[in-house]
Design a protein around this ligand. Structure first.
Ligand code: TYD
Length: 208
């Protein structure tokens, strides 16, 4: 049976990475084969792009960023995501296309419709089966993001930028109410995990 395509989203500092590890273990305990991957990243090209975009010292035009994201996404779908799904694994992807709407369109001003053209071009009808949006205020995100690491290109943006990113994520959630589950991630890790557990316990029982 084809696996499920799960994506995790949220502004920087929302706590995605912590919850992704927890979720991978939760699913593995239920006997589900899990493939964890991320964007930008997941393939040789994607990881190079990640390095260039996040830590390189060239500032790219936002439309160039969007184009590169989708070029890498094409590769990621072909080489990693689709084969894993066909192999019956559940793919847990740390960010996907909702992030391009949120960051390149919401944050950096690329036309929403241009992202939609690229989405259609690269994905056709393919959408994640389920997306969790960890929703935090930019203030909370910034506080959490600061801990112990050097800020990358996006993390250095202003609060107003993250406000726009967050609004664009919420717009996507409104457009796809069945797919996108919004979790208030301002609360404690254990409260968020309880919500995740509820969502996935019911999702696993519907799909098995
Ligand atoms: P992130 O996932 O937060 O990784 P880490 O936890 O290691 O910091 O970083 C990825 C960054 O890439 C994030 O700031 C958002 C950005 N991004 C885009 O701008 N557009 C995209 O389409 C994707 C997938 C990510």
């Amino acid at each position: 049976m084809r696996g499920k395509f799960i994506t995790l989203e949220g502004i920087d500092g929302a706590g995605k990475s912590t919850h992704l590890d927890w979720l991978a273990q939760f699913l593995a305990r239920r006997g589900i084969k899990v493939k964890v991957t991320r964007e930008p990243g997941g393939t040789a090209l994607g990881e190079k792009l990640r390095e260039l975009m996040l830590h390189g010292n060239v500032r790219l035009h936002p439309e160039t960023e969007a184009l590169l994201m989708f070029a890498a996404r094409r590769e990621h779908l072909e080489k990693v995501i689709v084969p894993a799904l066909e192999n019956g694994a559940w793919v847990l992807c740390d960010r996907f296309t909702d992030a391009t709407y949120a960051y390149q369109s919401g944050g950096s001003g690329v036309a929403w419709d241009k992202i939609a053209v690229l989405e259609q071009w690269v994905q056709h009808e393919l959408q994640p089966d389920l997306t969790v949006l960890f929703d935090v205020s930019p203030e909370v995100g910034r506080q959490r993001g600061k801990r112990g690491k050097t800020a990358d290109r996006f993390e250095r943006e202003e609060k107003a930028y993250f406000r726009r990113v967050r609004q664009a994520y919420l717009r996507r959630a409104k457009e796809y109410p069945d797919r996108v589950h919004v979790i208030d991630a301002n609360s404690s890790v254990s409260t968020v995990q309880k919500r995740l557990e509820d969502i996935f316990t019911s999702y696993c029982s519907i799909t098995s």
